[in-house]
Design a protein around this ligand. Structure first.
Ligand SMILES: CC(C)(COP(=O)(O)OP(=O)(O)OC[C@H]1O[C@@H](n2cnc3c(N)ncnc32)[C@H](O)[C@@H]1OP(=O)(O)O)[C@@H](O)C(=O)NCCC(=O)NCCSC(=O)CCC(=O)O
Ligand SMILES: O=C(O)C1=N[C@H](C(=O)O)CCC1
Ligand SMILES: [Mg+2]
Length: 309
């Protein structure tokens, strides 16, 4: 069966037809066709038109995508990113092959997206209109400029890209980062980096400055994930999947190839322990060896005051 999704998008298009962005206020799974669904949501029509200062036009388009096929173009890609951030699709549930290729690099400003080519002249025209700040130059905008999910706190809007999936009860502190096609499935404290493709389970804490290894560049190939009630300590790093109720000591970078001493004295590569539950990983400060020790009972408990968002 074909898995589809649709939405009415407000597209920003340059004079040569390049789509800079698309905003879908109410994307949905399935096919459009129910009562009123072929009409754009209230308020969108009023936003259509040219912005000569930025050299763009804003147009409405009803877009339908096949979630199992690669993104066809930028409008399609933006719908997929919205589906993730609206929590209609969890990370790793749709085809994102070739995503970077269909997105264009954009100057994201407080007056809206602009082309990179000729930006200084665009900036001059925008300055004549009013104050303008450049937020970033990137293929992805900030999530909160397109989607504000319920039950979430985000200390610094720059740190969460459109396409992040943040479950209700998630707090992303200023040092945290969440990439597209990545995020949380329940209450979580995020003070470290959740890389593309990485998913964090309910009740887990990613400590300050911690790193989860991504697979997009630099050789990391293991699919990293964190189960429920886990703690990735401050400044720790993770290159394998953790099951539930695991702890990684602060400052320990556990790569897939790290040799880990087990309680019976045998040595295993961390990737062989991938997905196992109830383990504590630490670097023994006397011997220098990385050890995995069994942990009893349930893992960490989050401070509920910090997640009643
Ligand atoms: C590894 C653990 C989990 C261990 O803690 P535990 O409470 O389980 O055990 P413990 O009581 O400290 O230690 C039990 C016994 O093991 C010993 N022990 C502990 N760590 C050891 C090590 N690395 N090598 C050798 N022995 C060790 C202790 O001395 C003690 O020995 P005896 O039995 O002989 O007494 C911890 O040190 C840790 O790293 N926690 C992570 C916390 C964290 O990072 N939270 C996120 C904060 S995020 C944050 O703060 C944001 C701010 C920021 O930005 O940084
Ligand atoms: O969720 C918060 O707010 C947090 N605040 C602490 C702080 O302000 O120091 C750190 C952990 C989360
Ligand atoms: Mg606080």
């Amino acid at each position: 069966m074909t898995r589809t999704a649709w939405g009415h998008g407000l597209l920003t298009t340059t004079e040569d037809g390049t789509v800079l962005d698309a905003w879908y206020p109410s994307p949905a799974l399935g096919e459009a066709g129910g009562a009123g669904e072929l009409e754009a949501p209230a308020g969108l029509e009023e936003l259509v038109g040219a912005d000569d200062v930025r050299g763009v036009t804003r147009e409405l388009r009803l877009v339908t995508v096949d979630l199992d096929a690669p993104p066809a173009d930028a409008a399609d890609a933006y719908l997929r990113l919205h589906l993730l951030s609206h929590r209609l699709c969890p990370p790793n549930s749709m085809n994102l092959d070739g995503l970077f290729g269909v997105l264009t690099n954009v100057v994201w400003t407080t007056q809206g997206p602009c082309r990179v080519d000729g930006f200084e002249l665009t900036r001059a025209r925008m300055r004549a209109r009013g104050p303008v700040q450049v937020l970033s130059v990137d293929k992805f905008p900030r999530m909160v400029d397109y989607v504000v999910p319920s039950g979430v706190r985000i200390g610094d809007a720059d740190r969460v890209r459109l396409g992040a999936h943040l479950a209700s009860g998630t707090t992303v502190m200023h040092e945290g980062f969440v990439n597209f096609n990545a995020g949380t499935l329940g209450s979580s404290m995020v003070e470290g980096r959740i890389s593309q493709g990485v998913v964090v389970g309910d009740g887990s804490d990613v400590g300050g400055g911690a790193s989860t290894m991504g697979t997009l560049s630099g050789g990391g190939t293991e699919r990293v994930s964190i189960g429920e009630r886990c703690l990735l300590g401050a400044e720790a790093g993770l290159g394998i999947a953790l099951g539930d109720d695991c702890v990684v000591e602060a400052g320990l970078y556990l790569t897939a190839g790290t040799k880990v001493t087990l309680p019976d004295g045998t040595v295993a590569k961390a990737r062989e322990l991938s997905g196992q539950s109830s383990l504590l990983f630490l670097r023994n400060s006397v011997t220098g060896a990385v050890e995995a020790r069994p942990r009893d009972g349930h893992g960490i408990t989050l401070n509920s005051d910090l997640h009643a968002n």
